[in-house]
Design a protein around this ligand. Structure first.
Ligand SMILES: Cc1ncc(COP(=O)(O)O)c(C=O)c1O
Length: 365
């Protein structure tokens, strides 16, 4: 059976490097903060083209701490997409702010035209565009709108490390939030996350926020209320090794995507991709009104698929208090009924890809 994602293949290819790094960490018995984390942060900041990168405990915490660092307060409004993972909007509520959803376009990302309509009529403090599935949002337009309407920008790059627009990496436009959850393009061996920024002030605040507000000069002087949200040294060292392979892995994902784009006969079901950007395909997501039938058909043929996401955020029980109803964000609602992700991980073999394509094409006949 073809796996939807097989992390063992990746691990087996870099086992010696990784195991050595793990053993070195165990020998050092240094697990929290310290030089190795700093080294990784410097390396990943250089890779992303930002002044600062700061390791935190998860992608969710990256979002939460960014909202706090940018001073988003209870009652503030934050615009984001209803077609994303729960963490994007969950963290807005966690700081007491209000998510204001903006419908998506055909590329599954927030629609800048609709965003402008929302910005005109609401006092929005921040925008969280989500580079969904590894596909970069139209950041040039979003940054222009943010400037015009005086909003902060937090990019949810959880699924998009290495993705670019006009040769500029995502996470370098606004404050960037990344996840190192194992299934991401750069995954660690547990939970992990990263915040990026070019601002000295935001960076200093994030340093405090991730470590109980502790003064870097005087550990038991707690300057602000923070939390315990550090990227473990062990994870940072594993990620540092993996970062050297990321461009190759992303290129393999793109090759796999190009294979599908070329070989799937029904071009109408292919994802909409903006050629200005570099999509890094954390997911390859088909779209069809026959989604459920296609999914069942592929299941019978032992081809695994996933639905990201089956329900838009505005219709989630936890957001009932926002009083949304069906029909409020028709594009997101339609996407939830029509999307189907197929295996795209870098180590997928040619035989597996051919098998997947053969069955998708068979369904179309
Ligand atoms: C779009 C998006 N945002 C945020 C997150 C949260 O990241 P984490 O799972 O590392 O907390 C995820 C993770 O799945 C995600 O896909």
């Amino acid at each position: 059976m073809i796996p939807f994602l097989d992390l063992k293949r990746q691990y087996n290819n870099i086992k010696t490097e990784i195991n050595n790094e793990i053993l070195d960490t165990l020998a050092s018995q240094m697990f929290i903060l310290g030089e190795e984390l700093k080294k990784f942060e410097k390396k990943v900041a250089e890779y992303l083209g930002v002044k600062y990168a700061l390791g935190v405990a998860s992608g969710t915490d990256a979002l939460l701490l960014s909202l706090k660092a940018l001073d988003i307060k209870p009652g503030d409004k934050v615009a984001t997409s209803p077609f994303t993972f729960i963490a994007t909007a969950e963290t807005i509520v966690e700081v007491g702010a209000i998510p204001v959803f903006v419908d998506i376009g055909q590329d599954f990302n927030i629609d800048p035209v609709k965003l402008e309509e929302v910005l005109k009529d609401n006092n929005i403090k921040a925008i969280i565009p989500v580079h969904l599935f590894g596909n970069p949002c139209n950041m040039e337009k979003i940054m222009q709108l943010a400037e015009e309407y005086d909003c902060k920008v937090i990019e949810d790059c959880a699924q998009a490390i290495g993705s670019e627009i006009n040769n500029k990496k995502v996470g370098s436009f606004g404050v960037g939030c990344f996840s190192f959850f194992p299934a991401k393009n750069l995954g660690c061996f547990g939970d992990g996350g990263l915040v990026t920024t070019n601002s000295d002030e935001t960076y200093k605040k994030l340093i405090l926020l991730r470590n109980h507000g502790s003064s870097p000069e005087d550990k038991y002087s707690h300057l602000i209320i923070g939390k315990s949200s550090r990227l473990d040294t062990l994870q940072a060292r594993i990620l540092s090794i993996k970062l050297d392979h990321l461009d190759k892995w992303n290129a393999d994902r793109i090759n796999n995507a190009n294979f599908y784009i070329e070989k799937i006969e029904d071009k109408n079901i292919l994802p909409v991709i903006d050629t200005q950007g570099k999509h890094v395909f954390n997911q390859f997501t088909l779209r069809t009104k026959n989604r459920d039938k296609l999914k069942a058909f592929l299941e019978r043929k032992d081809i695994p698929t996933m639905i990201y996401y089956p329900r838009p955020l505005h219709l989630q029980p936890c957001f009932k208090f926002l009083n949304h109803k069906e029909g409020d964000f028709p594009e997101a609602e339609a996407a939830c009924k029509e999307v189907l992700s197929i295996p795209i991980f870098p180590e997928l073999t040619l035989t597996e890809k051919e098998e997947i394509v053969k069955n998708i094409n068979e369904f179309g006949k």
